[in-house]
Design a protein around this ligand. Structure first.
Ligand code: SF4
Length: 287
């Protein structure tokens, strides 16, 4: 199947397809910094592997660590750091100004009635304070580069057309955004397959080859933060059954957070539900 974005630029040669100025600018000796945004998910991993394979200019890889990532994300970020080092590329870790858990549990918040409460609670839905923390951390980092023009590689896949259109329309100072996977026509599924072919996995226990891959049917659709309340019911069911350590952390958090994890269900409510389902004859779930 052809992706809409791919049809816009049907060119598989990255050196001419993606921001034609990038290679030429370097040859002319123009001062530009080439930075890849890395989330340690499948798409940005595939993008960096492709950039290296095609010997594209790359000075730095920026990784934003939330502090509440799944262990496979921590594992793959370290693996990428080693790969960057081997290729003489700077690898920079960025973090929120204070630990994510401090924002979840401890940040003093003044309510409309003047009373104080502590912590924002779970992050997700229209209460995504974590995206603001990431934006601020990236902003602080980009400010360090001063006025130097930056080519920023972003790992959107070719079937993320709407996301791409939105990102293209946004101006970010002196940053030129480049979308290598889109220019190469690589979809999310192809990016994952490419990562697997090259030995990159997102396993529940990263160092155990027999451990389940999180990007597999029936597991997680996206490997977001561990405690993200945007996860669907089927994903939470998966976490309950397959990732007991994460589930126990969620229970601990829920016992300290006065608001429910989902609009109508706390972690304890979900647990109750999944246990009831387990007692039903196979294949039945409570809809
Ligand atoms: S992935 Fe979820 S928890 Fe993480 S910042 Fe985004 S909305 Fe918040």
């Amino acid at each position: 199947m052809r992706h809409k974005a791919f049809e816009l630029n049907n060119n598989k040669d990255l050196t001419t397809a993606v921001a034609p100025s990038t290679v030429a600018n370097r040859q002319r000796g123009w001062q530009m910094k080439y930075i890849a945004s890395f989330s340690a998910g499948k798409d940005s991993t595939c993008m960096i592997l492709k950039l290296l394979e095609l010997k594209y200019p790359l000075d730095e890889i920026l990784f934003y660590s939330t502090g509440i990532d799944f262990s496979c994300i921590d594992f793959n970020s370290k693996k990428m750091e080693a790969l960057a080092k081997a290729n003489n590329i700077r690898f920079t870790w960025i973090e929120p100004d204070k630990p994510f858990l401090w924002y979840m549990l401890e940040k003093p918040v003044k309510k409309a009635n003047g009373e104080m409460s502590y912590g924002y609670g779970f992050c997700g839905g229209c209460h995504r304070f974590g995206t603001g923390l990431k934006r601020e951390a990236l902003h602080r980092q980009y400010q360090k580069y001063g006025d130097e023009p930056i080519v920023e590689y972003i790992g959107y896949a070719a079937d993320e057309y709407d996301r791409w259109i939105k990102a293209r329309q946004k101006r970010d100072g002196n940053r030129i955004k480049v979308f290598p996977l889109i220019e190469l026509g690589i979809s999310e599924a192809e990016a994952l397959a490419f990562c697997h072919e090259n030995g990159w996995y997102w396993r529940i226990r990263p160092e155990d080859e027999n451990s389940m891959e999180l990007y597999s049917p029936g597991a997680l659709r996206r490997i977001s933060c561990k405690y993200c309340s945007n996860k669907g019911l089927d994903e939470m069911r998966f976490v309950f059954h397959e990732m007991k350590d994460v589930w126990n952390e969620l229970r601990e958090l829920q016992s300290r957070i006065p608001w429910k994890f989902r609009k109508n269900a706390s972690i304890f409510d979900l647990e109750e539900r999944f246990k009831r389902e387990d007692s039903l004859p196979k294949q039945e779930t409570l809809l």
